[in-house]
Design a protein. Structure first.
Length: 189
């Protein structure tokens, strides 16, 4: 909007794009909330049309009317997005965020490094999400090859539901094995 104020607008735009690309790459690293980054950027961009004023004001009607129109549209968008966000946060109407947008969970969880094969990733989303939501321990019945596993599966409204899985081979018990059991036996984990 304020291109005529900048001494070198192309250089400023290149600087902004380069910084945004670096922050995007940094945001896909493990344990960084990229969901907040993406939607915070979008909300900030829409809000900038509403809040920021033009430094070089033209007085003819077309520029003034179009500026007012864009501000009104931006205000409506900001209010709408804020209301929808609060509704999803407080589960208005009984809908959960995963039902509203099932693929949005992939925004915050990207396999790292990008393009890695299933066994060679440093970080995978499925393993980490399942182990964070589900807890479990095994009890050998005679030998670890014939164990009973006690799982604590999360339920929708908070809390856990206990589940017993018989006849599990627990000779190699690790987080990946627990995550696999959680995906098989805990709905939504």
């Amino acid at each position: 909007l304020n291109w005529d104020v900048q001494a070198n607008p192309c250089c400023a735009l290149f600087n902004l794009v380069l910084t945004a690309a670096f922050l995007f790459v940094l945001g896909t690293a493990p344990l960084v909330d990229n969901f907040a980054h993406v939607f915070g950027f979008c909300m900030g961009l829409i809000s900038s049309f509403l809040i920021l004023d033009r430094l070089n004001k033209r007085q003819h009607c077309l520029a003034t009317c179009s500026r007012r129109f864009f501000r009104a549209v931006a205000a409506c968008c900001v209010l709408f997005v804020f209301a929808v966000g609060l509704g999803v946060l407080f589960r208005v109407g009984g809908t959960e965020a995963n039902e509203f947008c099932p693929q949005c969970a992939r925004i915050s969880c990207t396999s790292f490094p990008w393009g890695c094969q299933a066994g060679s990733c440093w970080w995978t989303c499925d393993t980490m999400q399942a182990t964070m939501l589900c807890e479990g321990r095994y009890r050998p019945v005679g030998s670890p090859a014939n164990s009973t596993v006690d799982l604590k599966c999360p339920v929708r409204r908070g809390g856990y539901r206990k589940m017993t899985v018989p006849s599990v081979d627990a000779t190699v018990w690790d987080e990946a094995h627990l995550a696999e059991l959680c995906r098989e036996h805990c709905p939504g984990a």
